[in-house]
Design a protein around this ligand. Structure first.
Ligand code: CA2
Length: 146
């Protein structure tokens, strides 16, 4: 049976491509969704793409993934640096988790250097632009085959 992977996105990523292109590039979130769908298909996976500006809704999506998803690619956006709730939800998910950041968070303000999600993530990709989502799905596919 085809494996489903969830691609979860945190707050303000709906503005991708509309503001701050010098940091986040020109691609929109719709472009990223298409990239994920095509990449997942090429890997024999199906991606389910989701974005929310609300922490609790992201927690609910991670809970939903417990029943439906083989793995998770997540860009928690600003919640990366603040959310114990998202970390706890990810700890309740059994499959592989890949954390993605479009920008190189380590080249930016020091408050972006710490990630709660990294305490659970099997891999972290930062600074590869939106290609990081495709790389994350590739890594997920490898981990799901192992
Ligand atoms: O580099 C990333 O992917 C981030 O997760 C993006 C977050 C930021 O808080 C993290 O430190 C790093 C911010 C997402 C906001 O995205 C925007 C896109 C366009 C315009 C405004 C915000």
């Amino acid at each position: 049976m085809t494996k489903i992977v969830h691609v979860l996105n945190g707050p303000n990523l709906n503005l991708l491509g509309k503001r701050q292109p010098e940091i986040y590039g020109h691609e929109t979130l719709g472009d990223v969704e298409k990239l994920c769908a095509e990449t997942a298909r090429s890997l024999g996976l199906v991606s389910q793409f989701y974005q929310s500006n609300l922490e609790g809704e992201i927690v609910e999506q991670i809970h939903a993934a417990r029943d439906t998803a083989a793995g998770i690619v997540i860009n928690p956006a600003a919640y990366t640096h603040t959310s114990v709730a998202i970390l706890d939800a990810l700890h309740a998910f059994d499959g592989p988790v890949i954390e993605v950041h479009i920008s190189n968070v380590h080249k930016r303000e020091s408050f972006r250097h710490h990630s709660y999600v990294s305490l659970r993530a099997d891999a972290v990709i930062a600074g590869c632009g939106v290609q990081g989502y495709a790389l994350g799905l590739q890594r997920l596919a490898t981990l799901l085959q192992a």
